[in-house]
Design a protein around this ligand. Structure first.
Ligand code: GDP
Length: 364
C-alpha cells in the first residue's frame, strides 16, 4: 500500500494530526499484513463506490484499501548534521512514497513557535534545507564513485556525472530535486539514491478552525510560494481532525463536519491529494465473499493490476472481465450484465480504468 511520511517543525500540529489518524485506524484484524509500529498509523481509504457495490453484491465483507502514515519526528534546524534525532528519522523518509509536510498556519500565543513567530514560508524552508543538505550528501557520494570512471573516459560515467552536476547545482541554489527540469534518463541515474526532495509532497496548512474553508493569510502565502513546485496545498485544522477522530458514529461525524461547513475531513482531503499527486487510481473486485478496493497506478495494464492481488495472477494472466460501475448499477446482477453484453473481455494490453470492476482469469 501507499506510505506517506508526516514531516514538519516541532509544534506545528504533527502529533495532533497523527493521533487523529491513529484513532481513525483501520480495523487491524482485517489487515494482518500491516506491521503495527508506534509511529505508523494505518487508515482505510474512504470510497463511496464500495458502499454502492456492497448494496448490490451483499458480500460477507468489504475491504477498502489502506494508507500508512509514518510520523517522522525530530526534524529540526541542523538535523542533517545530527541535531535533534539527527539522521535517525531520515531513514524513515527514504522509505515513503510521498511526504505530507505540515506547516503551522495558526496563531496561538500559548503555543511556542520554535522560530519565535508564525512564518509558514520560513518554516517550510528550514525543513527543505535539511532535506536538501541530505540529498547533496547522497549526490556527492555518488559523484565520488563515478568521477574516476568518467576521467578514464567511460561514456556512461561521463553522462552520469553531468546529471549529478545538474542536481548538485540545483540543490545548492536551495531548490528541491522535484523542481529540477530533469529528463527520464536523469531520473533513472539518481533513482537508487531515493532523493528526499524528489518525493512528491502535499503541504498540509494547519489553520485555525475558523479558516478551515477559506484559508488565512498564512496559508495563502504558502500557496503562492509553492506554486512553482509540483505540489498541492491542503487546508486542514488538526484540532478539528482530533475532534472528528473522537466520534465513532458516522452520522455524528457528518453532523460535526456540517457544523463547520465541511464536505469531508482534512484526512480525506489529504488522501485524495496524495492519490492525485501520485497518479493512483482504484479498481474493485466484487464477489459474494468479498468486495474489495485495490490501488494501482494510472496507465497500468491488466496483468500488472492483477499482480497487486497476487503475483500468480500477473504471471499466469489469461484475460480480464471488466464491468463498469454504472452498468452494475443499471443491471444489478452479473448475469443481467452479461445478458446485456456489458461485460467486456479484455486482454493483456487493456489499461485498467479508475472504478473498473475486474475479474481475472489466470493459469496457475
Ligand atoms: P508537533 O510538535 O508538530 O507534533 O505539534 P503538536 O501536534 O504536538 O501540537 C503542538 C501544540 O499545538 C499542541 O498543544 C496542540 O494542541 C496545538 N495545536 C495543534 N494544532 C493546532 C491548531 O490548529 N490550533 C491551535 N490553536 N493549536 C493547535
Amino acid at each position: 500500500g501507499l506510505r506517506c511520511g508526516i514531516v514538519g517543525l516541532p509544534n506545528v500540529g504533527k502529533s495532533t494530526l497523527f493521533n487523529a489518524i491513529s484513532n481513525a485506524k483501520a480495523e487491524s484484524a482485517n489487515y494482518p499484513f500491516c506491521t503495527i509500529e508506534p509511529n505508523v498509523g494505518v487508515i482505510t481509504v474512504p470510497d463511496d463506490r464500495l458502499q454502492i457495490l456492497e448494496e448490490l453484491v451483499h458480500p460477507e465483507r468489504v475491504l477498502p484499501t489502506v494508507i500508512e502514515f509514518v510520523d517522522i519526528a525530530g526534524l529540526v534546524k541542523g538535523a542533517s548534521k545530527g541535531e535533534g534525532l539527527g539522521n535517525k528519522f531520515l531513514a524513515n523518509i527514504r522509505e515513503v512514497d510521498a511526504i505530507i509536510h505540515v506547516v503551522r498556519c495558526f496563531e496561538d500565543p500559548n503555543i511556542v513557535h520554535v522560530a519565535g513567530k508564525v512564518d509558514p514560508i520560513s518554516d517550510k524552508e528550514i525543513i527543505d534545507t535539511e532535506l536538501q543538505l541530505k540529498d547533496l550528501e547522497s549526490i556527492e557520494k555518488m559523484m565520488l564513485k563515478v568521477q574516476r570512471s568518467a576521467k578514464a573516459g567511460d561514456a556512461k560515467a561521463k553522462k552520469e556525472l553531468a546529471t549529478l552536476e545538474k542536481y548538485k547545482a540545483h540543490l545548492e541554489q536551495g531548490f528541491n530535486a522535484r523542481s529540477l527540469d530533469a529528463t527520464d534518463e536523469d531520473k533513472e541515474t539518481v533513482s537508487d539514491l531515493n532523493l528526499l526532495t524528489a518525493k512528491p509532497v502535499v503541504y498540509a496548512a494547519n489553520v485555525d478552525e475558523e479558516s478551515v474553508n477559506t484559508g488565512n493569510k498564512f496559508s495563502q502565502a504558502l500557496e503562492e510560494h509553492v506554486k512553482a513546485e509540483n505540489a498541492q496545498v491542503v487546508l486542514i485544522s488538526a484540532s478539528i481532525e482530533a475532534q472528528i477522530a473522537e466520534l465513532t458514529d458516522e452520522e455524528e461525524k457528518e453532523m460535526f463536519l456540517a457544523e463547520y461547513n465541511l464536505k469531508e475531513s482534512g484526512l480525506s482531503k489529504l488522501i485524495k491529494a496524495s492519490y492525485s499527486l501520485l497518479n493512483l487510481i482504484t479498481y474493485f473486485t466484487a464477489g459474494v465473499k468479498e468486495v474489495r478496493a485495490w490501488t494501482i497506478g494510472k496507465g497500468w495494464k491488466a496483468p500488472q493490476a492483477a499482480g497487486v492481488i497476487h503475483t500468480d495472477f500477473e504471471k499466469g494472466f489469461i484475460r480480464a472481465e471488466v464491468i463498469k460501475l454504472k452498468d452494475y448499477q443499471e443491471y444489478k446482477t452479473e448475469a443481467k450484465i452479461k445478458e446485456a453484453g456489458k461485460m467486456a473481455v479484455e486482454g493483456k494490453d487493456y489499461v485498467v480504468q479508475d472504478g473498473d470492476i475486474m475479474h481475472f482469469r489466470f493459469n496457475v
